[in-house]
Each structure stands twice: as structure tokens, then as C-alpha cells.
Design a protein around this ligand. Sequence first.
Ligand code: ADP
Ligand code: MG
Length: 251
Amino acid sequence: MSDASATGGSPVLRMESVRKAFGGTVVLRDVDLEVAPHTVTALIGASGSGKSTLLRCANLLEDIDDGAIWLDGEEITDPRVDQDVVRRRVGVVFQAYNLFPHMTVLQNITLAPRRVHGVPRAEAEARARDLLERLGLGDRHDAYPDRLSGGQQQRVAIVRALAVRPRLLLLDEITAALDPELVGEVLAVVRDLKDDGMTMVLATHEMGFARDVADQVCFLDGGVVLERGTAEQVFGEPQQERTRRFLRRIV
Ligand code: ADP
Ligand code: MG
């Protein structure tokens, strides 16, 4: 288990006894999670196990039914909290790169900083260019999304999420919709962000990548975190039979 004190700092994200149901179906059950600063947490588990719902709860895109969630020590599930303010501190990238098709790369990236955060245009663009450069897209600012490969679009989506300087980045199967030959360039970006100290929680089916990049791995099964530990623990010596079965099937 990732120990916040060991990495020097209180958790960026903490979930305690989170429960989420849709209608009568319980999708997350008693979920506890602690994400230390500058660490990567990988959520693994079969389709339908609750990974996306967990990420959506962390960003308040879903209301939880029980439990509590803290971001940087502030309880964000407190009804008095301004949800928009919370969402600005948490970047999200989804599976399908949902860039605005009628906007250039630069416009896609600078929209939120300018409109939501009130960053002056010149500054927002300078920041966007800098991020694009770092992610190997320095020559694409004026392109429209349909002129980019899937891998490039997904990298732009990551830049867009980073442009508001979030405390935490949530990545939901960001390579799942990509052609296999484009997966590597997107995962390389995540690896670079980790090296830069970005705190991330990612849901992924890329087990080799999770093993390589994650400080903490959580195996979800039927909405329960059935097993958690370091990558070596969960992948190398899984304690639960269900984890072993899942890993045998997928690796
Ligand atoms: P995963 O990301 O691990 O594939 P999800 O979090 O998407 O899992 O889904 C977990 C369960 O919650 C699934 O059974 C799914 O059908 C259900 N679910 C997710 N979102 C909704 C929703 N908006 N309404 C009803 N059921 C949902
Ligand atoms: Mg999902």
C-alpha cells in the first residue's frame, strides 16, 4: 500500500468507504483509496468492475451514496463545496479523445484556461505551446483534430487536461480506442508526466504499462477493491485467487 508519509506529504486524493449505486445496483462498495503526491495509482479489473465510476466519483461527475472523498485534505463530498472549483483542480482524459472538432489544437487547449480560469490569451497560448512542445506536438498548434492521428489527438487531450495545472490527473483507459501502433506514444507521455511528478490515477488494460509505471495497483472486482499493493506485489505475488485468475486471462 502506498504510504503517504513515506513520500512526504498528505494524500492528494483520499476516498473512505465510498459507495455508489445506480438504481438498485451497487457499483462501488466500501471503497477506500489513498493517493500520495507524485505517485501513480493504476486501477485494474474486468470490464464493469467499477474503474470508470471510481474515477468519475473522484471528479464529482457522479454523486456518491455513502462515504467521503478528500482532495488535498478538503472534503469535496461536503455539499457546501463548489463542485466547479473542485473539477478545475482535477484533470480528466477519457478513452475517446473528445476534442472540439471545429477548433484548432491551440484553441482546444486554451479554451478552459481562458474561459474558466481567466488566464489572458497570450499567457494561455504560451503555456499551451510549451506543453505541446514537451509532448512532441510543437508543430501542430494550428491543426484541426481530424488532421491528427489518434495518438496525437489523445496527446492533445492530455495537454488540454494539463493546461489548467491540475493537482491530480485522472486517465480512463486513454489508449483503449487507439490502434496498437499508437499506444506507445501516449503511454510514453504518461511516463514523462510521472517523471515530472504529476499525481495520477489511471484505469488501464495495459498490464505491462501498469506494472512499469504504477506505484500502487488496485484490483477492482464487482465494485470492491479486492487487492491492492505495489506493482510487484499485485502482479508478482497476487494474494487473491480472483486476482490471479484475472491476470492469467489478461496478460
Ligand atoms: P469499468 O470502467 O470497470 O468497466 P464502470 O465503472 O464503467 O466499470 O461500470 C461499473 C458498473 O456500473 C457496470 O455494471 C455498469 O453497467 C454500471 N454503470 C456505470 N455507469 C452507469 C450508469 N450511468 N447507469 C447505470 N449503470 C451504470
Ligand atoms: Mg471503464
